[in-house]
Design a protein around this ligand. Sequence first.
Ligand SMILES: C[S@@+](CC[C@H](N)C(=O)[O-])C[C@H]1O[C@@H](n2cnc3c(N)ncnc32)[C@H](O)[C@@H]1O
Length: 265
Amino acid sequence: MTGHSERLARLAQGWDEAAKGYEAYYVPRFAPWVDAAVRAITARPLPDGPVLVPCCGTLPELDALSEHLPDREIIGIDLSRGMVRRARERATRYPRVSVVEGDASTPAAHGLGRSAAVVSVFGLQQLPEPDMAIQAWARNLRPTGRLSVLFWPRSIEADGPFARLSEVVRRHEPSSGDSSWEDRLVPSLAALGTVIERDEQLSFPMSHPDAATFFDAHTRSGPLRPLADQRGDAFVSRLRAEFLRESPAGEWHHRPSARHIVARG
Ligand SMILES: C[S@@+](CC[C@H](N)C(=O)[O-])C[C@H]1O[C@@H](n2cnc3c(N)ncnc32)[C@H](O)[C@@H]1O
């Protein structure tokens, strides 16, 4: 296995193990962002063709997509078999929805052809080369097709559980912080002639019962699961102790801010 495919395999396995808890803990908390991302492609008429949902996870985008675009073919793509299985369960009632297991960085490799729209929520920041991936997604659009990509940027909040946990992780994993790709997203799209319609920050309130519940959800059922699996229990216990030492007691309310890019092919 090459370094690249090893990294993907580790990520897929982490998300397989996270899938059940992710659906329970994060899907309800992320719902306002999912809704906003879908609304950005359904607000105006779309050209013919499928709607592509790269990094679909359990496919929480489906409810809003099927409500606004009931007859549209929808194709989810996710790396994780566990996520794909849950997404397919969610889609059983919808004959025009399919879910592909694979790397969403290069959707053309899945033979998906040209799309009416691409909508992706909280997947881009996990890809090895997000600026290349967003370009590949935009290349998949038909003329006048729409792209709506929401992701966690380098600066999510000044203070709050996401910021504090990133800070603790960075102390142990300094290389985890390269976010220079963010500055290349808009130029990558512009180079294709894609028209940027919106580039905005979207923040909504979120709550956690307490710091420990948040930490356990994030490391067992969220984006830190692949790292937790790789580094093992002793590492996670050290992180947990550090994080809890620096966290407030009781319910934790915050207002994380995601970046949303909406563009037209
Ligand atoms: C935070 S979840 C987001 C899922 C869903 N879009 C949502 O809003 O709840 C991120 C997903 O990205 C997937 N992912 C990460 N890297 C990927 C890749 N290279 N190709 C496809 N999916 C990937 C993970 O398996 C995971 O399901």
